[in-house]
Design a protein around this ligand. Structure first.
Ligand code: 13P
Length: 254
């Protein structure tokens, strides 16, 4: 298995431009001489320029936390994929549970965002995950498969190959309640099986699936030890350079 691990930080609605620059500088120091992984950071739109400037001499990818399906137009409050590219971004989060919940995003709208990101050359990081009620009703796998097929099933294999999937159980986000490595692995294996049915075994082997939800330096190693978990999408712990660096260096932790 040769999937390159990816560790990503979602800063959500935290950091002014000055704070993002300071955090980026601290990350640069903490992540000097990084391990062989991909690293991505998703600051708020207003902090992208400051972070891109701070990280320009590094391989750290800066991404947008969302992207609009259209390249431009009368869509007040939105930011397009070509705009993110022009601002120095290489990736975009799509379908994060906070946007599904608070902005009512779903289905075909997210499929259009994925296509827009791909068309502009961005790496879509597509988020999926069930709520606690859905898990307790034994519907976790069905919900996640539904989210994937709504947004990704229409992609060609070569388009899908550029997508990263992030499984984030809603009940584990920001709650301190991390899924056990076995709970996460079960869903990741189901996602990989779905990829295989949709695009074939080659893509099932190569596509990366990240886990998100209360990932910390103390629990990342157990999560990363699972065969179908290829990385982490980190919220709270990515707002501190030392803790994020501890996650990126998961191979060194006890
Ligand atoms: P926490 O790591 O704060 O639980 O957030 C996870 C998340 O939503 C990342 O996108």
């Amino acid at each position: 298995m040769s999937r390159r691990p990816m560790l990503a930080g979602n800063w959500k609605m935290f950091t002014t431009p000055a704070e993002a620059a300071a955090l980026g500088r601290a990350m640069r120091t903490a992540l000097m001489d990084p391990p062989a992984v991909d690293i991505a950071l998703f600051p708020p739109f207003t902090s992208i320029a400051a972070l891109v400037a701070e990280l320009k001499a590094t391989d750290i990818i800066v991404g947008g936390q969302d992207v609009h399906p259209e390249p431009e137009g009368a869509f007040t409050g939105n930011v397009s994929a070509p705009m993110l590219v022009a601002a120095g971004c290489g990736a975009a989060l799509i379908g994060h549970s906070e946007r599904r919940t608070y902005e009512k995003e779903a289905g075909e709208y997210l499929a259009r965002k994925v296509r827009a990101a791909l068309a502009a050359g961005l790496m879509p990081v597509f988020c999926c995950g069930e709520t606690l009620a859905e898990r307790e009703a034994n519907k976790a796998l069905e919900i996640v498969r539904g989210q994937l097929s709504d947004a990704l099933a229409g992609l060609t294999g070569s388009e899908a190959a550029r997508v990263v999937i992030a499984y984030e159980p809603v009940w584990a986000i920001g709650t301190g309640r991390v899924a056990t490595p076995e709970q996460a692995q079960e869903v990741h294996a189901a996602i990989r099986a779905w990829i295989g049915l949709t695009w074939g075994a080659g893509l099932a082997r190569s596509m990366r699936i990240l886990y998100g939800g209360s990932v910390k330096p103390a629990n990342v190693r157990g999560i990363m030890a699972q065969p179908d978990i290829d990385g982490a999408l980190v919220g709270g712990a990515s707002l501190n350079a030392d803790s994020f660096a501890g996650i990126v260096r998961f191979q060194d932790t006890e």
